[in-house]
Design a protein around this ligand. Structure first.
Ligand SMILES: [Zn+2]
Length: 167
């Protein structure tokens, strides 16, 4: 009989995924020395604070790191994780997928022996003027970022707005 280990997904100042002895955190808001690996979805300030943390290894796309560097933030212990790239952490594998939100944005899939977890960060299923749409990913556990998920947010049509701006 195999040994079942639960996947634990919780808010711990960021989206934390634990499996066995492995602990990963995505878009953390506050520093915690207990995570060796920090994954950052995109350069917007509410998602990229983890770049400033000391003692953790950070992963993001090259574009995300470059944008954050332009704000003058010092970044150490960074490794590139391009769209389509994968990194293994013990029994886990983290895959970066295009999130369709802004230049360099990713959503992350964590593959465990018991199933996969997807954390979206900010994402979009429509092409924009600057980035391609995200593709759906089949998963066992989905954590959706919903900054603009409230029905109170209704945005004007992109094309119409662009025409108004040009006029
Ligand atoms: Zn954003």
């Amino acid at each position: 009989m195999g040994c079942f280990m639960p996947i634990t997904v919780r808010w711990d100042g960021g989206v934390s995924v634990e499996y066995g002895g492995s602990r990963l955190i995505f878009d953390p808001q506050r520093e915690s020395g207990s995570y060796r690996y920090v994954f950052i979805t995109h350069a917007h300030y509410d998602h990229s604070k983890g770049f400033s943390f000391k003692g953790s290894e950070k992963a993001s796309t090259e574009e995300t790191k470059k944008i954050v560097s332009l704000y003058g933030r010092k970044i150490s212990g960074w490794r590139p994780l391009p769209v389509g790239g994968r990194v293994e952490v013990d029994d886990l594998e983290v895959v970066a997928h295009n999130a369709g939100h802004v230049l360099g944005s990713t959503l992350y899939e964590v593959i465990t022996p018991e199933g996969n977890v997807v954390y979206t960060g900010d994402f979009q299923f429509k092409d924009t003027f600057t980035v391609r749409a995200a593709e759906p990913i089949s998963c066992d556990i989905l954590v959706v970022d919903s900054t603009f998920g409230s029905p109170s947010f209704v945005f004007p049509d992109r094309e119409e707005l662009a025409h108004e701006m040009v006029e």
